[in-house]
Write a protein that binds this ligand. Sequence first.
Ligand SMILES: Nc1ncnc2c1ncn2[C@@H]1O[C@H](COP(=O)(O)OP(=O)(O)OP(=O)(O)O)[C@@H](O)[C@H]1O
Ligand SMILES: [Mg+2]
Length: 482
Amino acid sequence: MASILIVDDDAQLRQSFDKLLMTEGHSIRVAASGEAGLEEVKAESPDLVIMDVRLPGMNGLETFAAMRGMDPHLPVIIMTAYGTTETAIEATKLGAFDYILKPFEIPAVLKLIGEALKAGRFTRSRVEVDARPESASSDALIGRSQVMQEVYKAIGRVAPTDATVMIRGESGTGKELVSRAVYQHSLRAEQPFLVINCVAIPETLLESELFGYEKGAFTGASSRRVGKIEQAHRGTILLDEIGDMPVSIQAKILRLLQEKKIERLGSGHPVPVDVRIIAATNRDLEAAVADGRFREDLYYRLKVVTLHLPPLRERVEDIPLLTDYFLARFARDMDSENPGLTTDGLARLTSHSWPGNVRELSNALKNALIFSRGAPLNRDDVDRALESRESALRRAAPPTIKGDPLQNWVHQAMNAQGNDNLFDTLMDEIGTRIIAEALTRTGGNRTQAAKLLGISRPTLIARIEKYGLKVGTSVSHNGSSD
Ligand SMILES: Nc1ncnc2c1ncn2[C@@H]1O[C@H](COP(=O)(O)OP(=O)(O)OP(=O)(O)O)[C@@H](O)[C@H]1O
Ligand SMILES: [Mg+2]
């Protein structure tokens, strides 16, 4: 839940925002003028401001600048109507998170709000490096193992330089968390930090999202748009899942790294930008280079400063510490007592292989806590929490009886006990098989896999995430569910 301030003189619009965002679980404050908006921010800084550019009295740009003065990390989304887009563009260049054109579509607005809140969290809530589990109040990097000590040292070394940093590690090892730590300990900590997830954005949009475009650059480009890279001027940008970035865009990123210039689509004029790049990936980049899916020159450029995050199975000695931290944290969030863990419960945790790494551990503990009755979590509780839909179904499969194998499988699954979510579980299992097969056939190429299945790339990616599939040369579950 976030606190959001709406600044607009249109009472009807304030009301509809109020309704929309309340149902999303946010707490809303409203202000009818720039001055009133500033008072609200002064009284208590919200997590996000959504503001019209055209306001009575103090105008949107002035208000925006004053808000920035009070809280430099406050994300602001500007609302604009035709005719005032230039002002909105001006505001984004000055550091507004983004702007939306009135009248707007609700899904698009909600998506933008989600992104802005995430950006705010990235820049504002600090990541404590090498925190003690009991003292960690916010996000923290937990772990005392030798391999994690090396990671902390590397963060300390690279953060205050302006070097491009690449963060590598399996899914769920903490790449995003580490990127935040690098940013927060950098000389650019007071400047913007933007995250671009190269997989979550459809290929066709990624380029304009990153580089922006000029009016008329393509059908539908009705006004100029400043790209994320330009918006992050003087700041930092995380290119998340860079291993999945289309080759054509990789060339432009290389140019940015070499010449510190970008070109908006349809412009032909390079503009200088000063951004620090952090790139993260869980992909096998060396294989991608060998296959021609990743540019070799970009690879070498990024490789210079690399942080390798170890998988959890290579630092099992950190599991007790991580467990303490997550249990305390989730118990606090759920307003319940921390039940602690029995010795055999902990033994079960340390013997698991954790393909989904810290994220899988955190999900399992959250699960265990939800079903705990206050007694310390023992081996069975941990087992139950770890038992994902796949193991439940593996008991029912494989279909070996004569006849329709699919029907047999369904039949057996229904006979197996202890699943109150049977329909979804079965559908997910089928979906998992379909997507996994498509990815195997296309060597993990999501664009081709989406095409093969006749679904859009974002839909495919959403499924991959939902099913916790790991994309690589071989496909297997990674057990993550968040
Ligand atoms: N060392 C750590 N200490 C505490 N929490 C951690 C640590 N590493 C990861 N986490 C937590 O585990 C979860 C996954 O981390 P994160 O999103 O940074 O992983 P990732 O490497 O970016 O994964 P993916 O490749 O799937 O995007 C987050 O909730 C994060 O806070
Ligand atoms: Mg990540």
